[in-house]
Design a protein around this ligand. Structure first.
Ligand code: BDP
Length: 716
């Protein structure tokens, strides 16, 4: 073949290869490290980062080096080999102060002291960028932060950042079962391949740990709160150890959900009574064994006496008796016990809203110092909108941990684009008034209102074996937002969305602006077409997929949607004021005044606290019935707008990612209509009023919606 032809073919092949852009499947999450698109910035970054050095040689520092190498090579499109020593032309240095005299000479001790065990400093000093911390994990967090600055295309000319997490324990709760099903999981199977552990280490475990470390998450409860005692047996503890060994490198401790009756099920005892000495010894021995295998084991999470789980009340003991017994077992190893306050009982006729408070508040001051009581954000159950849980602010002597749900059990599951940042912030910013104005939920959990140092936040994970981890590409943003808020609850959801979009999709102004607009409105949109005006718990039975406000025959009263909406010919809503269940009395008086008058109550929570006549006049002059219709229609309409906005950025988004989201938005549109039509047709049987003629009328009957069945819906 003549040379010229060979050359032409070679050039042709090269051009083809160069143009094959890898379609994105979402696996890389927000750590894509694609080349910086702004050329000026790219040049300035390259200039600022020469001969980077990362000092130290622990496994964590090695992970930090790997990450920086991967990040810089991708972002700056040039291969980097990191050095462990400072050269003459080194302009970027990362390491602890003890790792280098250069760092200790340039970063004042007092500044470093303020960063504690996990925080970090990023500073331009003596013409160099210095990333430093008191610990190797702090250095790793600093490197992730630095990479985020490049990913989001920030100016790094004169850096002066000190970042310290506001919460000590930043934990994901996996509701993963040992057979790899995931309770309320919508992203495939559990990522923990228990059967193949400990021999087989899936690469995902490392990427999972990287992703968590990148946002500061430092704990993972590996198994479901509805737990199986087998996780505490010798064989499983070896599997847990294999995971702990990986996570340790990234600063993540593993925790286990402990089944309270494990001494009976796996220990051969006849009781699990927390005051029984043999039971106490059994747990002490179990803790000793676990810590001999996993020295930095985090501790136990317990769901007790709730939804059929065993607990201390089975023996007429209190939650404090149960928690303290476990706390004593892990205390010698610095372990903690996280005891859930999500309790309610079928036998208790009191409004479910009140039950956890009634059980727990009298126990304030009775828990050991290594116990945290983990409280869901609201008193019912992770609803699309709930008032904050009245326990926040009511147990000043107890370390209270927030529990949010990241997995979208009640917020559209894996077919809906719902950014939960605004939900989390709404709760965190709520004022409990427990110590006067400004005693926000955030300040209760970060320990500042009541002087606690044991602080934390848990999120029920939305992670599974799906290639994109979370099922819906936008669900990744909820994992991300949760982590960022654990680190700093002062961040606003707009800023978090901004970062996430830049790292996940693009830094282009148009994309950031449009996608952010979609995300920021998405939670309110979902509330409008599912649970407007304070409606709650009106979803399908068991799987919780779709609307079913008509359900009234379930065995336990508080499992029935009719228990919550109480629609009748006179009106709709749950009267929780003094003339009703008086749940409102569990809040401080300043909070009560926001909600206890039907005419001044925040309308977003109107039907949460009041049973309201159909013709009640709303603040905008509409009747309640018409406003309910408006909200449902408005919500469904806004999903159409989400579709349009998404289409407008088509050219700028990776095709595969674009198509996944476009298909899901189409499903969401149908689901929004379904919620709207089914709920309004049903409530109309009580209001006896028409859906205003200006609206497109439902095309199916109520009977049709009532007949829908989903026996195989996921997550059940
Ligand atoms: C409910 C879920 C159920 C969980 C429970 C819990 O439907 O699957 O077990 O919360 O938090 O919302 O324990």
């Amino acid at each position: 073949m003549p040379f010229i032809i060979k050359k032409t073919i070679a050039v042709f092949l090269f051009t083809c290869v160069a143009h094959v852009v890898k379609a994105e499947d979402g696996y890389e999450l927000w750590m894509r490290y694609v080349k910086v698109s702004d050329n000026n910035l790219l040049l300035s970054y390259k200039k600022s980062i020469s001969s980077p050095a990362v000092l130290g040689n622990s496994a964590t520092i090695q992970a930090a080096k790997n990450e920086l190498e991967k990040g810089l090579s991708g972002l700056l499109n040039r291969s980097y080999t990191l050095s462990s020593t400072i050269a003459n032309n080194t302009s970027f240095i990362a390491g602890t102060a003890v790792s280098s005299t250069f760092i200790s000479a340039n970063i004042p001790k007092e500044e470093l002291a303020k960063t504690g065990s996990d925080g970090f400093i990023i500073k331009t000093q003596a013409g160099k960028i210095i990333i430093t911390a008191n610990s190797d994990i702090g250095v790793l967090y600093g490197i992730f932060h630095f990479l985020r600055l490049l990913q989001t295309q920030q100016n790094i000319g004169q850096l002066n950042i000190t970042s310290v997490p506001k919460l000590k324990h930043r934990i994901l709760n996996h509701w993963d079962n040992l057979n790899r099903t995931v309770e309320r999981g919508y992203a495939g199977a559990s990522i923990w391949n228990w059967h193949k552990l400990p021999g087989f280490i899936d690469k995902r475990y490392i990427d999972y740990a990287r992703a968590n470390a990148s946002i500061g998450i430092n704990g993972a409860v590996l198994n479901n709160v509805n737990s199986n005692a087998a996780i505490l047996t010798d064989a499983y503890l070896q599997k847990v150890k294999a995971l702990a060994d990986i996570m340790r490198v990234y600063g993540i401790r593993v925790y286990l959900s402990a089944r309270f009756s494990a001494p009976i099920e796996t220990g051969g005892l006849t009781t699990a009574d927390p005051l029984n000495e043999a039971v106490q010894q059994w747990w002490k021995q179990k803790a000793r064994q676990i810590y001999s295998i996993i020295p930095d084991f985090g501790g136990f999470l317990v769901k007790a006496n709730s939804e059929g789980q065993p607990g201390p009340q089975d023996y007429k003991r209190t939650h404090a008796d149960g928690a303290n017994m476990l706390a004593d077992a892990v205390a010698p190893y610095n372990g903690i016990v996280i005891w859930r306050a999500f309790v309610y009982a079928a036998e208790n006729p009191v409004d479910r809203h009140k039950q956890a408070y009634d059980d727990f508040v009298p126990l304030d001051g009775k828990f050991r110092s290594n116990v945290m009581v983990q409280v869901k954000n609201g008193a019912i159950d992770f609803m699309p909108r709930e008032p904050f849980h009245p326990i926040f602010g009511a147990m000043p002597k107890t370390a209270l941990m927030m529990e949010f749900q990241i997995t979208q059990e009640y917020t559209g599951q894996s077919t809906s684009l719902v950014y939960l940042g605004p939900l989390y912030k709404e709760v965190l910013n709520s004022d409990t008034y427990s110590k006067g104005k400004g005693s926000t939920v955030a300040r209760v959990i970060d320990g500042s209102t009541d002087n606690h140092t044991l602080t934390g936040m848990a999120g029920v994970s939305n992670i599974g074996s799906d290639i994109n981890w979370c099922g819906h590409p936008f669900a990744q943003a909820n994992w991300y937002a949760f982590g960022r808020l654990c680190w700093n609850h002062d961040l606003d959801s707009d800023a978090i969305a901004d970062e996430w979009i830049r790292m996940t999709f693009s830094n282009k102004r148009n994309v950031v602006q449009k996608v952010k607009e979609m995300m920021l409105g998405s939670r309110e949109t979902m509330v409008s077409y599912m649970n407007p005006l304070g409606l709650h718990h009106i979803m399908g039975t068991g799987h919780h997929y779709g609307p079913a406000p008509w359900v009234k025959e379930l065995q336990r009263p508080e499992w029935n949607p009719v228990y919550y909406h109480k629609a009748d010919s006179t009106g709709i809503g749950f009267n929780r004021t003094v003339s009703g269940s008086n749940a409102i009395a569990q809040y401080s008086s300043a909070v009560q005044t926001q909600w206890n008058d039907v005419n001044t109550c925040d309308e977003k929570l109107l039907l949460w606290f009041h049973h309201v006549p159909w013709n009640h006049k709303m603040k905008n002059g509409q009747t309640l019935w018409n406003e309910l219709c408006n909200q449902y229609y408005d919500g469904a309409e806004k999903v159409k707008q989400l579709q349009q906005t998404w289409s407008s950025v088509k050219q700028e988004i990776d095709t595969e990612q674009f198509n996944v989201v476009a298909q899901l938005l189409k499903i969401q549109q149908e689901e929004a209509k379904w919620w709207r039509n089914a709920c309004l047709l049903y409530f109309q049987t009580f209001s006896k009023q028409p859906i205003p003629a200006t609206f497109e009328q439902p095309d199916k009957t109520l009977e049709y919606y009532q007949g829908l069945q989903f026996p195989f819906a996921p997550g059940n």
